[in-house]
Design a protein around this ligand. Structure first.
Ligand SMILES: [Zn+2]
Length: 309
């Protein structure tokens, strides 16, 4: 146990406390029942339909649903279990392609207890499961795409930290962690303060889709308070960023919200701009997700895979 681990542990606990407070002070509507598992396993492969695999379930159920899906679809997947004083869980990964340059795409499968966890982070799970069914044949020969579904992100990205500690990072050229990709129309790459070859590939792919910088997509520096799985890889010296969809009409309010946490924390208990109005609350349900947001993220990632070829 290092001092850093203790810091993560305390922050995780604090997060839960704040979440409980947020949920308590709002009228809590009864959440919809989660989709029957066999229905999702048999259903179509659109990102929004696949988000139903984990949405509305408890964390143990979410983890079990991930394994059930990958097994039912005959995926050759790796399981990485971990247990520390902070918590336990299981990460799942699938490698597509056989190249020695590795792109890692991450979606955490856990959620904050008390939240259905639709935009955070069932949407991202749905997007990456959708890509698993499509990317295989189009991964360029020199590339390998590692799709990683982590556990315990909500405990200070514990699953990703355990993964980085326990597995080989050889060949990784870049990492994107998908967070809140189910609402909005503008892609945002964050924690991207420093230029890198990988970041130029990401923006090159977005440019190639006809998206304009500061409009169709945004690149922002380190974001205080919010963090995600990519930071475990960044700590190991790898180019690693968060990827989030935001409503473009909220861009300015979001900038103020995420970049001034001390001021925001209390003022925004009253009014937080979308998509943070449902973030970590009991209202983060499937009905709030926008199919085009998930589709657009999936398209952008396909373009990135082409770009890296
Ligand atoms: Zn998240």
């Amino acid at each position: 146990m290092t001092l850093r681990d203790v810091g993560f542990f305390l922050r995780g606990r604090l997060n839960r406390g704040v979440t409980r407070l947020l949920n308590a002070r709002r009228s809590v509507t009864a959440p919809a029942d989660p989709a029957p598992l066999d229905e999702v396993l048999r259903g179509d492969g659109a990102p929004l339909a696949l988000a139903r695999l984990v949405e509305g379930r408890s964390n143990p159920e979410r983890e079990a649903a991930m394994a059930a899906y990958l097994t039912a679809h005959g995926m050759d997947f790796a399981r990485h279990g971990f247990a520390t004083f902070e918590g336990r869980g299981e990460n799942f990964s699938v490698d597509l392609g056989t190249g020695d340059r590795v792109l890692v795409l991450i979606a955490h499968h856990d959620a904050v207890p008390g939240s259905p966890g639709a935009n955070d982070n069932a949407a991202a799970v749905g997007i990456l499961l959708h890509l698993l069914g499509r990317l295989g044949p189009r991964v360029p020969s020199r590339l390998r795409v590692r799709v990683l579904f982590t556990a315990a992100e909500e405990l200070g990205y514990l699953g990703a930290r355990a993964y980085v500690r326990d597995t080989s990072l050889a060949g990784i050229v870049g990492v994107l962690s998908l967070e809140l990709c189910g609402i909005g129309d503008s892609l945002t790459v964050w924690d991207a303060g420093d230029d890198s070859a990988f970041l130029r590939h990401v923006t090159g792919a977005f440019d190639g889709l006809g998206l304009r910088r500061d409009d169709g997509y945004h690149v922002v520096g380190r974001i205080p308070v919010f963090g995600s799985d990519h930071r475990a890889f960044a700590a190991a010296g790898i180019a690693a960023y968060g990827l989030t969809m935001v409503p473009s009409q909220e861009a300015e309010a979001l900038r103020r919200f995420v970049l001034s946490p001390a001021r925001s924390a209390f003022r925004h208990l009253v009014r937080r701009p979308p998509p943070f109005d449902t973030y970590h609350t009991s209202r983060d349900g499937l009905a709030t997700l926008e199919a085009p947001a998930l589709q657009r993220t999936a398209l952008a990632l396909e373009a990135l895979v082409d770009e890296l070829g």
